[in-house]
Design a protein around this ligand. Structure first.
Ligand code: PLP
Length: 485
């Protein structure tokens, strides 16, 4: 099975290499060569479990030994606190797909519990070592650290924006255990961190200094991160069929709180595999670069980076959009390269009319301000006794103002307890307290259970204190790498 670069169709890599490498050497993203020929048979999936469906999907993308693939999928999803892995909850206006029952209470766990095992399978029989570099807007970092903790032949370094994540998210990372883990704050925002990490990947001198150790990525630019996310779209659909909410073949909508465009791209891939989807709705916060893009065809990151109460969506450069545009342009690598060059040089590009028309046909879009997000958290709690986290609330608000035909699923990407300050403010009208006190109060008031991994966080030892300027990240990596293991 081969993957090729979105910026050069002649750069091709075996699936295992694409997985280990993360990003193509020309800066492009890896896409499956014969993806258009791949299809799933929904009828055959009706009586299957989450892990069985995951196996059916992942074997379309990876050539691993099937029994080994099955076994790592089982191992990964046994770490979830619900047997269903991603349960669906019915509210008045939509179904909420809860993706946050993994070890760190973020939807990133769905992919990051599995990715380390996929990397291990790809490394089998070689003595190569992998150094995972990750830029995080909060949730990826912790989920990746937890996934790669003490995994042989791997080390992981996570960079997060110093003032760009919630207190709980920061504590989750700074208390991380494992002899192969490092966490470092940077002075800058998430885009700064992500751009610096992408440049480090392409830095051949730095790579040489690492010898047998190769960089890889746990961000959604890695196909091993993206592909497990296709699964829950299909599982949600099958659940609706089994609960008699829809008939097999009916089209449904998905509303997705979006940042790096990984999650919603997985939905688009599910649709391409044959899932009956009407609209995929891209929901943003005030950093609404994607809303502007999907309505005008102009991608323009030249704007102020705003901090919001949905920090995991505070992103102005959505990496995975490149894969979508590659697909919509009919694999036109030269066109994609020219757009990405423009983005790099001017922070801006415009797609042609044909692609804009396709974008409008496939995607809906909308955005919510912080006030609107808080309002929705309060309203849904008061009317339905369901507690939304701020990211999910952004999607919920956008869902309410779309005119969608058929059933709609809103993807819920985090436990509300990861963002206690904003959620307690919305529901209880209190702010000026310690985040853990707010967690208790929120629990007392709502009786919604607090996830185990968040309960004792404030009594855990702080193990990571590093802070660097973004221009010093490469130097930091070289020093950190020597102390690991
Ligand atoms: C990462 C994240 C998102 C955005 O997902 P993308 O795949 O980056 O679009 C939304 N909500 C939460 C809570 C997240 O952690």
């Amino acid at each position: 099975m081969n993957y090729r670069s979105t910026r050069n169709n002649t750069i091709t890599k075996k699936d295992k290499i694409a997985l280990l490498q993360g990003l193509s050497e020309d800066g492009g993203l890896f896409v499956l060569e014969n993806f258009n020929e791949k299809k799933i048979d929904l009828k055959n999936l009706l009586d299957k479990s989450y892990t069985d469906i995951a196996f059916e999907v992942l074997k379309l993308f990876f050539s691993f030994d099937e029994s080994k693939l099955k076994s790592v999928i089982e191992k990964a999803y046994s770490k979830f606190s619900t047997k269903k892995v991603t349960p669906l909850v019915e509210l008045k206006d939509a179904h909420v797909l809860e993706l946050f029952h993994g070890p760190t209470s973020a939807f990133k766990d769905v992919a990051l519990t599995l990715l380390p095992y996929l990397i291990q399978l790809a490394l089998e029989g070689s003595d190569q070592e992998i150094l995972i570099l990750t830029a995080t807007s909060g949730d990826t970092g912790k989920a990746a650290l937890e996934g790669f903790k003490d995994v042989d032949q791997t080390e992981i370094i996570v960079f997060y924006p110093k003032n760009g994540v919630s207190k709980i998210q920061e504590l989750q990372m700074r208390t991380q255990e494992g002899k192969n883990t490092k966490v470092c704050a940077i002075e800058g925002n998430f885009d700064d961190a992500q751009t610096a990490v992408k440049n480090i990947f392409l830095d051949e001198d730095l790579q040489k200094k690492l010898g047998n150790k190769k960089f890889s990525s746990a961000n959604s630019i890695n196909i091993g991160r993206l592909t497990p996310q296709i699964v829950y779209y299909i599982v949600a659909y099958i659940d609706l069929v089994k609960n008699n909410k829809i008939n097999l073949g009916d089209k449904i909508n998905f509303v997705v709180p979006t940042g790096n465009f990984g999650d919603i791209l997985a939905g688009y891939y599910a649709k391409k595999l044959g899932l009956p989807v009407n609209k995929l709705v891209c929901a943003s916060n005030k950093n609404n670069v994607l809303y502007d893009f999907l309505t005008t065809g102009i991608y323009d990151r030249n704007r102020e980076f705003l901090k919001t109460i949905s920090p995991s969506m505070d992103i102005l450069i959505s990496s995975n959009l490149e894969r979508l545009l590659y697909d919509l342009s009919g694999s036109d690598d030269k066109y994609i390269k020219s757009l990405m060059d423009e983005l790099k040089q001017n922070g801006k590009y415009q797609v042609n009319a044909d692609i804009l028309a396709k974008l409008k046909a496939e995607f809906g879009s909308g955005y919510a301000s912080d006030e609107e997000t808080s309002h929705i958290i309060k309203k849904v709690w008061e009317e339905e006794k369901y507690l939304l986290d701020p990211h999910t609330a952004v999607a919920y608000k956008v869902m309410l103002e779309q005119n969608l035909e058929g059933e709609t699923v809103v993807l819920s990407t985090a436990s509300p307890y990861k963002f206690c300050t904003s959620v307690a403010n919305a529901v209880l009208n209190i702010t000026d307290e310690d985040e853990f006190k707010l967690m208790e109060k929120l629990h007392e008031f709502t009786k919604v259970p607090v996830p185990e991994n968040l309960k004792n966080l404030n009594s855990k030892e702080i193990r990571h204190n590093d802070l660097v300027k973004r221009e010093d990240m490469a130097k930091y990596i070289l020093e950190a790498e020597k102390c690991l293991k």
